[in-house]
Design a protein around this ligand. Structure first.
Ligand code: MCN
Length: 789
């Protein structure tokens, strides 16, 4: 757009006006007449038999409306929570999917699992009454430690899952990979720990259930990233009501980072309970409940190896991973450490043989599922740590070693040995630009200067590629995914020319209200401020799959663009009628329809008006109205890639790591709003830095108590832990979506842990695990010193 609000412009975010002026409407801001409040009594034990749950005293407590336990929900045929992705095991069987009750039945399997729901006139009354519930727990030995949970003799968590095994799965050609290692000139080995993380969205989860006895309709207002998928689950699997009798509304949502993809016990229970008690029922989680109850992330251990020939070409990579599922499966739990992880172990390289074996195990800890990056930070960490270690052991420049092994830019589409076909990219260009921006030549001098001050300086690379933009329904279906992953858009013109854009994706910080308006404004020539984007309400938006897997730009944006194309097609017919010309002679550009070769024109505004005031329309050929719906289902994932380079300084006296510089050169295809994309990379990098240096979710090995259940024990990065992040992009369009966009929402979190740790290792000279806390770094330096003595 000439006014600077089209695709590619740094448009300020429309939605920020309401957020920064404090008028955003979050779930907890919404209250209904006669509303009651829910409190969940949670298990204090990691593993116990529920011998009895006596609710009599609680039921007669002041203000109490109802108390429900797991058996009450069972008796009402309320189904359990589901996992939406079937992983087919090596033995051909589907993964083991134990029942996940909304409220515990018979047994509790992690600290914090809901045992009863109390509904009362006030939240305080519900909480007080919960104290009157007598639960007779018979404690069982828990299995907490991932490294031991699959061992013989480990405490059994589910009868359905012998040996606590969820699945054993593999990808790649094992024989070919083993053969590559046999003939290798060099083999590099690493044992890696993917520290467990807590998502920490700014707004904790909340839900408000309502039931209208007249229509039989249930409404849930909730902190969801994907309200339509939630509705499908409540209808088809939980069985609360048929889909057309459930409305799910996700208003302003204060971040999700994956943790709000899922349907949880609390939202499911309040929705069902609203029908039982005939009053709206509200639950707002507090931060402690978020620590205990939000799905956690990562939590892998991996033995990884890279084989190189004498010429330093990568000839094989193999990884053996054990992944923690926690006590129960959530919606994506199974696909994260399988398809979303192992299928990216080729990285940016031509490694011809890759093999990965994954065992997923249950433990008596909270569920583990997708969190920003979901599998792809783990893959990048394996590949990039191995590559950096190979460079160190071989004494070669890590940038040169990467360059020697990059997939060349003319090799796309490129089929990797682990199921993916990369669409496009230019890895040399990313690295070259990164080296230039970071002044790689000058690093030796900077390191010497740090040394003169008694500090250890290091530089670390992370050259990542990821698959996102979920995304190809056919591919996902073939890999076991349960639902189609298209996106939809409905564009409705008002007669006076303003536009409503209904999207099935959900924005909870990503800025869709702005970027989709840019796409529409650009395509239809409508002023940006005349375009309103509406999302997050199944009662208003016809269809949608929501937001996760960096899909809203490439897939949601694709649907928006397709819908604008349909509007233009219809507009041409109306213009032809108004201008008394053949539709074939109508040309369209920038909001104006012209009869070819003449100055006879109609603007989009005139067309919109005529569409609703259709005087003289040939109605049998031309329907009134300007309202089009499009679905977009891409043929492949998008494959953003990038080079991130971190420079750190380590204080050997204290082990403190200071990040000094960050350079990120990414390929996000067509960048629609560079300001929003920059912000996405900043946020993602900060989260990855958190994983690398600060965050670690820890359960006590004996009792299964969450030791890091508050910000006193769980350390998030702060603004002053981060350097100014310097960015650039290469913008190689994705060949298979209408805009050419590749997703950007997770890239920073995918790239950054490997870059940070590679820089720390480069500084201190020994391998180290995440989070590289001062204590861990200091101990590594002491051990190194002692070994040298
Ligand atoms: N965009 C663009 N040009 C591109 C690609 C994207 O301008 N080439 C814009 C998009 O239009 C969108 C934003 O960048 O406004 C992010 O787009 P995309 O990469 O498609 O990611 P999604 O919108 O699907 O968001 C999901 C992604 C994920 S998976 C997590 S997790 C995450 C993230 O986004 N959670 C977030 N970013 C977050 N940001 C905030 N503030 N809060 C979260 O919870």
């Amino acid at each position: 757009m000439p006014d600077g609000t089209g695709i590619g412009d740094r448009v300020l975010r429309k939605e920020d006006q309401r957020f920064i002026t404090g008028v955003g409407r979050y779930v907890d801001d919404i209250n209904r007449h006669g509303q009651a409040y829910a409190y969940f009594l949670r298990s204090p034990h990691a593993h116990a038999t529920l011998k009895s749950v006596d609710t009599a005293a609680a039921k007669s407590a002041s203000g109490v409306v109802a108390v429900f336990t797991g058996p009450d929900l069972d008796a009402a045929n309320v189904g359990g929570l589901i996992c939406g992705w079937v992983v087919t095991q090596i033995n051909g069987q589907p993964h083991v999917a134990p029942k996940h009750p909304v409220i515990a039945v018979g047994k509790v399997r992690h600290v914090g699992e809901p045992v009863a729901m109390v509904i009362a006139d006030s939240y305080a009354q519900a909480r007080d009454a919960a104290e009157l519930i007598e639960v007779d727990y018979e404690e069982l030995a828990p299995s907490i430690n991932l490294a031991k949970t699959l061992d013989d003799g480990a405490p059994q968590i589910h009868d359905e899952a012998p040996g606590n095994l969820c699945y054993a799965w593999e990808v790649g050609d094992k024989a070919a990979t083993d053969a590559a290692f046999e003939k290798a000139a060099h083999v590099v080995q690493l044992d890696l720990i993917q520290n467990r993380l807590v998502p920490n969205a700014m707004e904790p989860r909340a839900a408000l259930g309502e039931y209208d006895a007249a229509s039989g309709e249930f409404t849930l207002t909730t902190t969801s990233q994907n309200p339509h998928v939630a509705r499908l689950i409540y209808a088809a699997f939980v069985g609360i009501a048929p889909e057309h009798k459930i409305r799910v509304v996700a208003p302003d949502v204060g971040g999700g980072f994956g943790s709000k993809i899922y349907t949880y016990s609390e939202d499911t229970a309040v929705l069902w309970a609203a029908g039982q008690v005939g009053r709206p029922v509200k639950w707002t989680g507090d931060r402690s409940e978020a620590f205990l109850g939000d799905a956690h992330a990562r939590d892998h251990v991996t033995q990884a190896e890279l084989a190189l020939d004498a010429d330093h070409k990568f000839i094989g990579l193999r990884a053996n991973t054990v992944a923690n599922m926690g006590a129960y499966l959530q919606v994506f739990s199974t696909c994260v450490p399988s398809y979303l992880y192992a299928c990216l172990l080729a990285g940016q390289y031509t490694t011809p043989a890759v093999y990965c074996h994954v065992k997923a195990g249950f433990t008596n800890t909270g569920p583990v599922d997708a969190y920003r990056g979901a599998g792809r930070p783990e893959a990048t960490y394996v590949v990039e740590r191995l590559v950096e270690k190979a460079a160190r052991e071989l004494g070669v420049d890590p940038a040169k070693l990467r360059r020697k092994n990059f997939i060349p830019s003319d090799a796309f589409p490129y089929e990797t040995p682990v199921l993916m076909t990369y669409d496009s990219g230019d890895f040399n260009r990313l690295l070259d630009r990164g080296l230039e921006m970071v002044d790689y030549q000058g690093f030796a001098a900077r390191r010497a200067e740090s040394e003169s001050r008694g500090k250890l300086r290091g530089i670390g690379f992370s050259c990542f590629i990821e698959s996102c933009g979920l995304g190809p329904s056919r591919v996902i279906g073939a890999l076991g995914g349960g639902v189609g992953q298209w996106e939809s858009c409905n564009i409705k013109f008002n007669p006076t020319g303003s536009v409503l854009v209904y999207t099935g994706s959900h924005t909870h910080g990503q800025g869709h209200e702005t970027v989709y308006a840019q796409i529409v404004s650009d395509a239809l020539g409508v002023p940006f401020d005349q375009v309103e984007v509406i999302h997050g309400d199944t009662g208003v938006v016809p269809f949608g799959m929501g937001t996760y897997g960096s899909r809203s730009g490439p897939v949601g944006g694709g649907a928006v663009k397709k819908a604008t194309d349909k509007i233009v097609e219809k507009g041409k017919k109306i213009a032809a009628h108004l201008l008394e010309a053949s539709v074939n002679d109508i040309e369209y550009a920038s909001g104006v329809f012209t009869v070819a070769g003449t100055d006879r024109q109609k603007t989009m505004g005139e067309i919109a008006f005529a569409a609703y005031v259709p005087h003289n329309y040939p109605l049998e050929e031309l329907e009134p109205g300007l309202d089009e719906t499009a679905f977009f289902d891409p043929v492949n994932f998008t494959f953003p890639s990038g080079t991130h380079i971190a420079e750190v300084e380590v204080d050997p006296q204290t082990g403190v790591v200071q990040l000094l510089d960050w350079v990120a050169v990414d390929d996000f295809g067509t960048v629609m709003n560079p300001m929003i994309v920059d912000g996405q990379v900043h946020g993602g990098v900060a989260q990855g830095v958190g994983q690398a240096l600060y965050e670690g979710c820890v359960y006590d090995d004996e009792s299964g108590q969450l030791l890091t259940g508050s910000y006193m024990d769980y350390c998030l990065p702060r603004a002053d832990n981060l350097p100014s992040i310097r960015l650039d992009t290469t913008d190689i369009p994705c060949p298979h979506n209408p805009i050419g966009a590749k997703g950007c929402g997770e890239a920073g979190a995918i790239a950054s842990p490997a870059a940070v740790i590679n820089a720390v290792v480069n500084a201190i000279g020994v391998d180290i695990d995440m989070p590289a806390t001062p204590e861990k770094v200091w101990r590594a330096l002491q051990a190194q010193k002692q070994a040298a003595e």
